[in-house]
Ligand binder design. Structure first.
Ligand code: PAF
Length: 285
């Protein structure tokens, strides 16, 4: 696998591939790669000839007091996982490559898409995400970029931004990859103590409880949310950050009953570690 650093290098490499008539796919990451990221790579490889993975812990999307400093970083390990997964290029820019002296531009998606849910708990987070993803996409110029469904709101924000800026890139989504006990894979799972780790299954149990009620015909948000809340509250170490049932496209809360595809989204703190997960509830017509 080839490793490149600067915007100019990755753009030149991607353009050289395109001149050969190959399709370029892109997986943006913050490193600390796990099976979830590798599933994104597999999706790209099934659809493109060349795969680029970026590894960059983006300071702009972390708030004060968040885990930017302790976020796991191991480029050699990530690079060998990419090698094993058949990635063609790892792009590992430095902060100075992406945010040179005097950098003063931000990309901001407005409204509930970026201010609800995680945007409420992490002010400025999606501004940081949109800004870096715009830069990454403009540098790699991929045909397809793939993101994980676990970060459903991130997907909604990026889709909006890509449409609004007419970025010539398809945004594709891959399903959430889970541990055998249901916990969604996340680089932040590494922060959990053994006791927190065993209780962290409450997110998936809550989503499953609500999905089962939904499958049985329940369409009232308070009952669906109540079933999820009960599972979360059965874990004494879990502190609910938010629990919401929102329209899957607009992220506006579902009222008064669920009649269009909806996203049941949860964020839970275990100590300082914040985990998120979601389930799509789609009424068939
Ligand atoms: O999902 C992530 O890892 C990050 O938010 C992303 C998309 C790489 C932007 O920094």
């Amino acid at each position: 696998v080839r490793t490149v650093r600067t915007v100019d290098e990755i753009r030149a490499l991607s353009r050289s591939w395109k001149r050969e008539g190959t399709r370029v796919g892109f997986v943006p990451t913050m490193g600390a790669l796990h099976e979830g990221h590798l599933s994104l790579v597999r999706l790209v490889r099934s659809r493109c000839d060349r795969t680029v993975v970026s590894i960059f812990v983006n300071p702009l999307q972390f708030g004060p007091g968040e885990d930017f400093d302790r976020y796991p970083r191991d480029l050699d390990r990530d690079r060998s996982l990419c090698e094993g997964a058949g990635v063609d290029a790892v792009w590992a820019p430095s902060p100075a490559d992406l945010y040179p002296e005097g950098f003063a531009t931000a990309v901001e998606v407005e409204g509930p898409l970026a201010t609800s849910l995680c945007g409420g708990s992490r002010p400025g987070h999606f501004r940081g995400v949109a800004t870096v993803v715009a830069k990454l996409l403009l540098a790699v110029e991929p045909d397809v970029a793939v993101f994980g469904q676990k970060d459903a709101q991130q997907v909604a924000v990026i889709r909006r931004m890509a449409a609004d800026l007419a970025l010539p890139c398809e945004i594709a989504v891959a399903p959430t990859v889970r541990e055998p006990d249901g916990l969604a894979l996340s680089s932040r799972n590494a922060y959990l103590t053994p006791a927190e780790r065993s209780q962290a299954t409450c997110l998936k149990r809550g989503l499953d409880a609500a999905s089962a009620l939904f499958a049985a015909g329940q369409r009232e948000p308070r009952h669906l949310l109540g079933a999820c809340r009960a599972a979360l509250e059965s874990s004494p170490l879990a502190r609910i950050d938010y629990l919401a049932l929102v329209d899957a496209a607009t992220l506006v809360p579902v009222e008064p009953t669920l009649s269009r595809p909806a996203l049941l989204a949860v964020a839970v703190f275990f100590g300082r570690t914040r985990l998120i997960d979601n389930a799509l509830l789609s009424p068939s017509e």
